[in-house]
Design a protein around this ligand. Sequence first.
Ligand SMILES: [Zn+2]
Length: 842
Amino acid sequence: MKISVLKTAGVLLFSAVIGFCHPSSAQENKVLAPEFRIYRETPEKINDLVHTKLDVRFDYGKKYLYGKAWITLKPHFYPADSLRLDAKGMDVKKVSLIEGTKLLPLKYTYDGKYILVRLNRTYSRNEKYTVFVDYVSKPDELKATGSAAISDAKGLYFINPDGKDPDKPVQIWTQGETEASSVWFPTIDKPNQKTTSEISMTVPGKYVTLSNGKLVSQKSNTDDTRTDTWKMDLPHSPYLFMMAVGDFRIYKDKWKDKEINYYLEPAYAPYAKEIFGNTPEMIDFFSKKLGVDFPWNKYSQVVVRDYVSGAMENTTATLHGEFVQATSRELLDEHKGEDVIAHELFHQWFGDYVTAESWSNLPVNESFADFSELLWNEYKYGKDAGDAHGYKAMESYLNSKPDSAKQLIRFHYRDKEDMFDLVSYQKGGRILNMLRNYIGEDAFFKGLNLYLKQNAFKNGEAHQLRLALEEVSGKDLNWFFNQWFFRSGHPVLKIDYAWDEVSKTQKVILQQTQQGDVFILPFAVDIYAGGKKIRHNVWMREKTDTLDFAVPSKPDLVNVDAEKILLSKKEDNKPLEQFIYQYFNAPLYLDRLEAIEACSEKQLQNAEARNVMIAALKDKSQDLRIRVINALELGNNQVKDAALPVLKDLAAHDPKTLVQAAALGALASFRDPANQVLFETGMKSRSYAVQGASLLGMALITPAEAYPLAKSLEADSRGELAKAIVTVYALKGSTVDLPFVEKAYNNAELQSKVEMAPAYINLLSRVNNTALVKERVSGFKDLGIKYKQYGIDKFILSLFERLKQEKEAQLSSASPEVKEQLNQQIAAIVSSIRELQKSTEG
Ligand SMILES: [Zn+2]
């Protein structure tokens, strides 16, 4: 599964335009609950699933599924005379044993969670038996709790089932992970179960269906319905079962002789190839890299509405949230879905082919899927792109305090859903990349190949991974796994230097300043001196270590962690001149980024540091170009004078539209009418990001002209442009602009919603409709509470404080009636502020 991680930095430009404060990214510290003391064992296997055959129909009115299940099982090892099936919130009408063509009724009890079945006799481990269950699934009557990763756990979702919402298609889809498949069919809903499957779905004839495996038959019925049967002849876990029903257009692609399909809403069908078209190349790349060809008989991807997470790797049938949908114009700026497409695809090996044996071992699914995003970026777009991706992931992990206390493999957690976090994903992905670096590319992938082959169609845990990598590399990896997989935290590394001219010795003083034990760290140190680079491979084994290098002349650069591989927080106290040398001479993305960060701090005082910043505006990595643009202190005239010509050039000519947009954003901050022509040119761009930044630039120079311009752009506005229009309305708009703002906000994904919040709330300060103000304030309050783990609660709180002040300031000049209205609005804002504060403290 792919979870969404919010960045709150994106709001900066928009906030700057309307003068709102920056979001807080503070994270709350959770007190350990008693549940953490429970050891989360791997579920015992008493009976094993063998085959699951389902026959289902849907009641769109009641939001029910009418199901029949034929479940074939056998005792795992010990003889068994009973069976426990997970079945959440169902009506169970009949439980029988299949005997030839007859049904033999079985005794059972059902408590809303489990069906406990008394079998007709004791079965041995070589005896299969088939149980038939007639049931009704009622997902919307179920009380389920989700998590940050999955905001719900209903298993089966009816979207706009009565068709009353004109802006939404009618759809049905499922989400199994973690244990919600048992809402829509009785099963043993554990990841260490595997079963072949056959699912027959009877649906209105106008819809298409998608499920696991091959579509083996389609039968039209007399009542305008059709029955589609999907067959999966290789075993997979119940949480990977899926169904989707709706008005989708299918784009047919191919990898070798296998069907690759993309299911999209009709409006996005023309962009199917642009959105998903890299899939065959990804399959090819991953197949070769792993030495295991894509193991399933087809691969489909479907995009659905109102999905509860990012995306889900159902076997052969990945389901994506609607954020992956994009038009050509949107894709010109950024393919937001591509990493997710790689992530879910890699799960078809790590997750579906070999499955984590328990949620405690989830990283053998998720860390790999996260790592695959780096692999794909590196392969497709070059090492810089892979490194940039990995570094961003490490930053999100390092910036989340509570996560540093969690082990990668965790046998104690409050809820299984809590395993889907920055540790299982981002931290785990970096750990795998370190492991790859430590044992080497060939040994690492040969080891993964062995792990996949040894555990194919079965389950895996961290130890099996270690044993496979040890077998191939011949190296002991216990220390590595104990340190990174079973222990929490990360090193905090302080690096100091001393050159002794007399003895020609370069000292590197290393300290790990984190609390607790030392981390054993192998890494490279590159010494650049006399025009040569010499690499030293070293180990840090003590909390304080001093390395001595004999060097003929004073080095130009000592580059510790020269492969930029360590998962650590680093304080590198090397002299500025070495960072400057590093920018121009060390090859990696992170070499340059470290240098840029050091130079950024000195850009006001030091001309050479400033030169690095200016040179880096033309760095070959678009990510670094954007980072440098955003780090320039343009309030300073020296920086401004040096940067201005390059920024203008980037705004007009950079090959990447996001760099153009960032440069236009920086130029906007000057509020200089001389730049108007650049913004006017930008307004004609096909890129929404460039148009959006240009519109904001215009708004800062001539707000009166920006407003009608925004109006004229409304019709075809998405992404950054929609946000920019909302911002212009926040400056100059009134109640008449609310419908656009409301629609842009409702259509936006969570990240963009957060980014639009300052403008939207600012606009509310000029709206006098009390009912409307109350409703929107309440909506933002709910958003803050729902996503408080990202600090959105504090962010909204600060916006509300400002809104309250604005409304209070209007009181003095208001007529008695308006005063009454304002007081009601202020009371509503104050009450929401209190609720947010309570939630933040709670
Ligand atoms: Zn995943």
